[in-house]
Design a binder for this molecule. Sequence first.
Ligand SMILES: Nc1ncnc2c1ncn2[C@@H]1O[C@H](COP(=O)(O)OP(=O)(O)O)[C@@H](O)[C@H]1O
Ligand SMILES: [Mg+2]
Length: 445
Amino acid sequence: MELDLWLDGKHVATVVERRSGRLALTYSEDTVRSWGLEVPLISCSLPTPGPTEPAKTRAYLEGLLPEGELLRTMAGRVGARLLDDAPASLSDLELLLVQYGWECAGAIMVLQHGASPPTRARYQRVTEGELRSLITNLPTAPLGSDPDLGLRMSIGGTQPKLLLAQVEGQWARPLSGAPSTHILKPEMSWPFSSHNEALVMSLAAELGLSSVAPTVEQIGGIPVLVTRRYDRPMLNAQVIRLHQEDVGQALGIRPVEKYSSGRITERTVGLLRNYSLNLEEDLEVLFRQTVFRSIVGDADNHPKNTSLFLCDRGVRVAPLYDAICTLAYRGLSPRMAVAIDAQWSLGKVDEIALVHHGTDMGLSDSRSRELVAEMESGLFDAISNLPAALLAPWPGEELVRLISERLARLRAGLAMGMPTQPIHWPSLADRGIVFDSVGGAGAGT
Ligand SMILES: Nc1ncnc2c1ncn2[C@@H]1O[C@H](COP(=O)(O)OP(=O)(O)O)[C@@H](O)[C@H]1O
Ligand SMILES: [Mg+2]
């Protein structure tokens, strides 16, 4: 393997497979000269100047790719082999990154060694009909990537999603390494998941945990969660890339190990102590994200669902994303990916566990209590002010009742418990939505 990593349009590092079969990333002399030593430029797990640790290098690179079915389909399309849900060898990893690594999370671009970055980055408008096809074709063309057409895009996660740009209010495909601006996540497995995530993320936006609340749009008969990318802000009328990585990458945890990596909180706090540009604020943000997820009933708090911005030779915790009430689905386990204090079940978390978690992270007991109390009252107000449009036409009121019950029990000093009345979700088929990977989806008759 021999890959070049470009950051913000500059070649900064090369990854090579040594004769021993071990992988190492080395920063270019220019990069080290301008940035210095021990700087987390690409990742906290890959500080300058390199050569970096082989296992962490591989974990970082694998972390740029999607997971599960998405990865299987994308690998099949370019002839890469997988083993145990990960690239089977370093050459398979190389092939996947060369084919899909022009537009990733953050500001990284992966190129074959010696290759020049694509020129003529541009946007291609899509009509409503094309947008429908892009959504309904996601099972065969994940992310909307199409290496043959210069759409080489990759992003972590297991849920089907489409990466697009909004240009002058219209949807466009980002060609030849142009930055995308939005993530479109259709409801494909869990009923009303897009509505659920939109509601939870609206609460998060009200509480200042994320900058913009996503919306739900109907595309091709499917509800689609439309989220603006916080790592693609506008500067002087241009979309720019801010560099970010997820905590799995920052800790050197492979995507396939995201549910089994242990002591995540302690290790994340260790990273922040090393690299945060504002430790006190970042610890509080991380703690508030944890408290919020636990109250809204989100068990999927694995390290790939938290990210860090890398900037100015350090890191800041990125806004919250991918928060959804998983407890609303009886088929999903209430066991959290990462424990809160000694509790693994969302049902068992109470104020004592949350405050202990805060003090374990290094916050004072009084500050942890204050932050939990602020979250409780802020969430109570945010729920009371939810716009009616977010609650219908789907069992939104029931979801709010579930979250409100948890909040009330927390405020009463109790464990938040399991939902007293499970939500009965109508299935996609009951709602007349027919979906298949060949014919696409549409509102059935
Ligand atoms: N609003 C956002 N802005 C920038 N990056 C994001 C945003 N939301 C998600 N991401 C990135 O995309 C990845 C996948 O998104 P996520 O919503 O977690 O998908 P999944 O539900 O498949 O896990 C995240 O791990 C993160 O790197
Ligand atoms: Mg995720």
